[in-house]
Design a protein around this ligand. Structure first.
Ligand code: HEM
Length: 522
């Protein structure tokens, strides 16, 4: 039998043409609908965004059913609590970074009722009172960081990546607060294996969200956190002031299941410690790239404190300029630079003066709001003075909300400020810092053009050099000197000496290599 090849080809061609015509007609109809008849059609945005979901632009339609705003009013309207209105729920596109246990979610992914219950139970551990009680624990890890930095300062001509060390510190703090034991990163000088998995999970979550759920899921598994949390929960006698202490302290009234404690402990580690490290790294970068701000901040710290152990959380109000630098750093480089999506309730709502139909996804992009010329004068310049000087009173400060706000705003905000302030103040007290190269990837021009963000920043190394000021009242030198004294060594005044000279009685064999200060070290 003859095979009618020509006829089959002709039919295939016809079918192809028909399919092409149907597709083209569909696209035209969808485009016409989205441009002129969609409930959101009157809102501006590049044509490509209004008919597809390609991002761009201010107060804008990001995709056919999604809006991004950038004003202070929009922050309140989208994320704030309003009397007589239910708070906006997280949009279903929002992706969590922690693998859920069936029926159990993290505080971040919980629905309205579960969220309120979890937030109440967890708030004790994040309250100001709790943080004050946790100070010694946090200072302990900053002590360890300072010891490591003193180590780097012994080779003042060599750069090292300070981002890694800020990360080690914040992960160790949050590990200790969440599980009652640290990850040991500062001691080992290396990340814990679990933290590598976490970085990957955060990145995968961001890609999945950007593709509106279209990619395979990868979440931080909580088998590891389960083991750690269970161990800590069994230790009911411990009076370490970690989060679990505050949960258990609520006795029978605490309203979290064991699984909820586990997934939330994982969440704290996953999403929240690298953000504080981002801030510290960004501030170091901004200060060193703007020498007059660095000079002012370090002069303020050094004038405010005669000894390092005076640098406590309670004393941070002595540092208005340094605090302004941190605030400006958060504005210039919000650690979570994206917009956190919410869904407008069925009956619709008014956001920033616009009536928005129910079901629309809305957000304020942290980055766009804090870099908008409508909100800030010279928005792309690092100007800490704007937070103090009446000359900048026209700036709309409330548009910079790197911790978000309202019932689902950051629960760890005070903890993060505490870590940032004390760490930076102690670094400025102990060291002269400089950039080891031009830190091209940290170039802030053109929207951080050399750096990638997947919900949070993929922070490249920031190589810096340190010179030890060898302050006799620093914790490090006090301890060194006490140890030298205990061994019968005598510290002598030397300009840039690197030795402690043995006293006559102990003579030669006790020579140790250490840096000393001109002034007596005790
Ligand atoms: C500079 C540091 C930080 C920044 C910029 C930051 C930013 C944010 C933002 C923008 C949100 C809202 C997310 C959303 O709406 O979906 C958030 C929520 C949250 N943050 Fe932070 N965060 C920081 C540090 C921390 C720390 C140290 C912790 C401590 C564990 C923490 C714990 C949380 C938790 C548990 C939530 C969810 C709160 C809820 O849903 O009620 N954050 N954070």
């Amino acid at each position: 039998m003859d095979f009618p090849v020509a006829e089959i080809l002709a039919r295939l061609k016809l079918a192809g043409m028909a399919l092409g015509a149907v597709t083209a007609a569909y696209l035209v109809i969808v485009s016409v609908y989205r441009l002129w008849f969609h409930p959101l059609a009157r809102f501006p945005g590049p044509i490509a965004n209004r008919i597809s979901w390609i991002p761009g632009g201010p107060v804008i339609r990001l995709s056919p059913n999604e809006f991004a705003f950038n004003s202070a009013q929009a922050w309140t309207d989208v994320y704030g609590h309003k009397i007589g209105r239910l708070d906006l729920e997280k949009d279903p596109i929002h992706v969590g970074a922690v693998d859920p246990v069936p029926g159990v979610s993290t505080i971040s992914m919980a629905d309205r009722d579960n969220h309120a219950r979890q937030r109440k139970a967890l708030s004790y551990g994040f309250s100001k009172k709790a943080l004050w009680e946790q100070e010694s624990l946090i200072q302990h890890f900053i002590d360890l960081l300072m010891v490591r930095l003193h180590g780097f300062a012994q080779t003042p001509d060599e750069g090292f990546d300070i981002v890694k060390w800020y990360n080690f510190m914040t992960f160790d703090v949050i590990g200790d607060l969440s599980f009652g034991e640290s990850f040991g990163c500062l001691e080992r000088g290396d990340f814990h294996f679990w933290i590598h998995l976490i970085f990957d999970a955060v990145k995968a979550g961001a890609i999945e969200q950007a593709c509106q759920g279209g990619l395979s899921k990868q979440r931080a598994d909580h088998a590891y956190s389960r083991e750690k949390v269970m161990r800590r929960l069994q230790d009911t006698k411990s009076d370490r002031r970690d989060f679990i202490y505050y949960i258990l302290k609520q006795g029978e009234h605490y309203d979290l299941s064991q699984n909820e404690v586990i997934v939330n402990a994982a969440l704290f580690i996953v999403a929240r410690s690298s953000t504080t490290a981002s801030s510290l790294a960004a501030d170091t970068n901004f200060l060193l790239k703007n020498p007059h701000t660095y000079a002012k901040a370090k002069a303020e710290v050094r004038a405010a404190f005669a000894a390092e152990d005076e640098i406590t959380v309670g004393a941070m109000d002595k540092l208005p300029y340094m605090n302004a630098c941190l605030e400006e750093g958060l504005r210039m480089f919000p650690p979570a630079p994206i917009g956190f999506l919410r869904t407008v309730q069925a009956q619709g709502d008014v956001i920033d003066g616009h009536a928005i139909p129910g079901g629309t996804a809305v957000s304020v992009s942290t980055w766009c709001a804090s870099h908008a010329a409508d909100n800030f004068r010279d928005p792309d310049a690092f100007i800490p003075e704007r937070w103090m000087d009446p000359a900048y009173s026209a700036d709309k400060k409330l548009a910079s909300q790197s911790f978000s706000l309202g019932p689902r705003g950051c629960i760890g905000k005070d903890l993060s400020y505490m870590e940032q302030r004390v760490t930076l103040a102690r670094a400025l007290f102990n060291f002269e810092l400089s950039l080891a190269d031009d830190a091209r990837e940290w170039d802030t021009d053109n929207n951080m053009q050399n750096m990638k963000a997947y919900s949070t920043w993929q922070k490249p190394p920031l190589p810096v050099k340190l010179v030890d000021r060898r302050v006799p009242t620093s914790k490090y030198w006090r301890q060194k000197n006490a140890a030298a004294k205990a061994e019968g060594l005598v510290a002598v005044a030397e300009a840039v000496a690197v030795i402690v000279v043995p006293s006559e009685e102990t003579a030669s064999h006790k020579m140790v290599q250490t840096m000393i200060h001109k002034a007596p070290l005790i």
